[in-house]
Structure formats: structure tokens, C-alpha cells
Design a protein around this ligand. Sequence first.
Ligand SMILES: [Zn+2]
Length: 389
Amino acid sequence: MRRRMDRPFLGSLGRTERAVLRELLVRGPLPRADLARRLGLSPASITKTARTLLSNGSITEISAPGSDSRGRPGTPVDMAVDAYHFVGVKITGDQAFAVRTNAAGAVLASTHRPLTDTAVEPVVSLIIQLVNELSRDHPVESVGIGMAGTMDRFDTQVRNNLYLGWQDVPLAGMVQERTGLATVISGDVRALTAGVHWAGPGRELEDFAVVTIGVGIGMGLVLGGETVAGVAGGVGRIAHTRVSDSGPACGRGHRGCAAAYLEAGPIVRAVAYAHARPQLDLEAVCELAAAGDPAALSVLEDTARALGIVLAGLVNVLGLPAVVLAGDGLCVLEHTRPVLDRALTEHLDPDADPPVVHFYASDFDEWARGAAVLACQWLLIDPPAEPVR
Ligand SMILES: [Zn+2]
């Protein structure tokens, strides 16, 4: 049994108990009175809920050093973040990355493997191997898996994954059945957004978009403190936004499409063509730009300009005060930030305030960490009807 038995399954706690834990995770330690006010609970209700959570070890009291303030109403309580662990998995087109985190999203163990075969059964076996490896030394509450494709925020099926060629694969059930651990699936950008929101630079933010740059471009959205997935998980399709009347065509033949400027493939091809060096990769392009190479800088300036236009559109439509740029391809903006800022300002509505733009470099462990935070969010927000034991 890989889950600790002396504490209840996180997803089986009552609605009020889960609300208290969510508030503590996102806000940090709070006195009971503040918790009650924030959650609209009566003093009697918060006292009862806190007593339950203290007795099962889900929260602890934080006493000031040297003082005996235990049990007083003003004593802050905090979630016992190390009591609950989660496994997050990120599947790319050719690799699997997995981490084990605590409830605060701190990575405690990590591992990764190449995908030698992208068919369903070998990938599922690999995921199970990684989950078993990471849950051997500590019990785990739930597993979150992030991968490309259109999926709900908390889903059971991989709807369509172009990189693996998967269509409607009931992945959550397959992993759950063979590990005994509650498992949830989400789009990888939405999983990354979970990590940004609860355990990253979005922690203090109520409204923001996460825009990722790498092999593909994607977007996650948080409004009013809630992740917005849209109907059938459709929010975030920004790749084929038109940013120019001319310019290169994307893989779908759209002229001046954001994908043609922002995805790693077209960027690398444009610089490789200019230098007649077919073996380039994105890292090499960024190194060329850092060394002042005119061809690389010119291509990356177009990238920055296209991104500025896309971000301005998001801010104009959604009124966002902040945008978090993430993904493994952020190096493309290292030397072209002024171009991005200029394009963003130029295309903003005259009445719109410029957003704060955060840079959050994210390797694939960071995406896996997001999937672990997603697994925690699932249990605290919309847990499975039948607890998995
Ligand atoms: Zn396109």
C-alpha cells in the first residue's frame, strides 16, 4: 500500500475541510478568525473544522517561538504540506518526466526516461514504472499527468495527442487500475498553469495567462483565482492567431500566423537556412543571438514582435493585469525583450493598462511539477466520487 493509512484520503475530506486546506495552501498560515472571514464560516464551524484537521494531522498550529500560544484563536494554522505527497508526470513526444512533490509543490524526487515506443501500452507501462519508483519511499495521494491535447481541467481521457498519435485513450483509469492511486489527466499547459498558480509566480495573482513557448505554443488562463478551461477544455488555442499580413506560412498554410513565428521548428529552420546549417537546434539559435549573429537576431526579433501582438490581443480581450511567459523556449526572448515590449504597447487598446510580464523559465521537470500540483488541486477542488484506496 503506497498511501499512508493513518490519515484520511485527501479527496475524502468534507467540503469545508478541503476549502480550509486550499486557502492555507494558496495564502500561507492564517489565524482561524481570518480563515473564517475569508471562507464565510461561523466561528463554531471553523473551530470544529480546525479541530478535525488538527487531529488527523492535515494542519498544524504555528506558535511564536518561546510563547505558549497553542490553541488560542489568534494562533495561525498552516497546512502540514509534507504530510501529503503527489506524483506529477509530463509526457512529451519522446520523453517522460516525473516528480514527487509535497502539497506545496516542492520537488522531493524526480526521474525521467526516453519513450522508446509511443503506442499506448508501452507508454502506460513506462508511466506506471515511474509512479512506482517515486512512490516507493513515501506514500502518495494522487497522480497527475500532463500531455499535449484538448482535455478538461480534470480529465480521465487523452482526447487527441498529435505527438503520440493518440485519440480518446482512457489513460487515468489505466494508470489508476495498475497503481492503486487516484489519477487525473490534463492538458500539459493547464497542468503547468496549476504549478504557476499554486506554487509559482502566480501565487499572489487572481487574473493572469500563462503563455508557453517551445516546440508548440500554448496558453493557460486563471480568472478570479479560478483556472478557466472553457467548454471541453478548449481555452488557450492561440497558436494560429494571425499576426501579420505577410511573412511565413505555418504548417497549416496560414500566412503570417503566430505559430510560424513562435514555434521552435520554424524559428530553427529560418536561422538554419540563413546559415546553411541544417543541424541547428533552438539552443544553438539562442547562442548565435547571444553572440550578436544578425540572422538569428533578425528571426528572434520577428518572434518577439509576434508574441507582443498575441499578448496585446489577450490583454485587450480579457483585461489581464499580468502574463507569465513560460516553457523551455524562453531563451528566444533573451535579447529581444525591447521588441516584445514595443509590439505589446503598440497593439494594446489605448484604454488598456500594460500588463506585468513575468518570465518563468520552465524545463520539463517544471511541467511535471505542475502536473503534481494539478493532482493536489483535483483532490481539494473536485475529488473523484469514489475514493481510491
Ligand atoms: Zn497557422
